[in-house]
Ligand binder design. Structure first.
Ligand SMILES: C[C@H](O)[C@H](O)[C@H]1CNC2=NC(N)=NC(=O)C2=N1
Length: 122
């Protein structure tokens, strides 16, 4: 099943770190705009917007997903960008399925152009 169709699960299996091969495979197939940071072990994507209003609309949509999934990203927010990073804290800050699932849900916000013309692709 596609990552965006899955929901976060909060059990020991969901909190087990993905091995590098599996993570790379899922990311190259379904999260091509996300990157893996070797230094921090997090996945991340930087979203750019034309102004603070649109940045904050995006941040609120991300917060809604985080609360619904009970899985929360680290966010760096400025006037025109939001850097979203995911690791699973309960798994020693490694990347688990829940991280990939939430990343896919964020990407899905833009499926029908929800970000609109105020979303600037990298
Ligand atoms: C009980 C609850 O599911 C856990 O504390 C959740 C909350 N949100 C979380 N968010 C992230 N990013 N990692 C976690 O391990 C985590 N754990």
């Amino acid at each position: 099943m596609q990552l965006a169709q899955q929901q976060c699960v909060h059990n020991d299996e969901a909190r087990s770190p993905l091995d590098n091969e599996k993570r790379q495979q899922l990311m190259s197939e379904q999260l091509s705009n996300w990157q893996f940071d070797d230094k921090t072990g997090a996945i991340y994507r930087k979203f750019k917007f034309k102004n603070y209003y649109h940045t904050m609309a995006f941040v609120n949509a991300v917060a809604w997903i985080a609360n619904k999934q009970a899985h929360h990203p680290d966010l760096e927010v400025s006037y025109g960008h939001c850097l979203v990073r995911y690791t699973t804290h309960d798994a020693g800050n490694s990347v688990c399925m829940n991280d990939l699932i939430c990343a896919a849900h964020i990407d899905a916000l833009d499926n029908n152009g929800t970000f609109g013309p105020n979303f600037l692709d990298d």
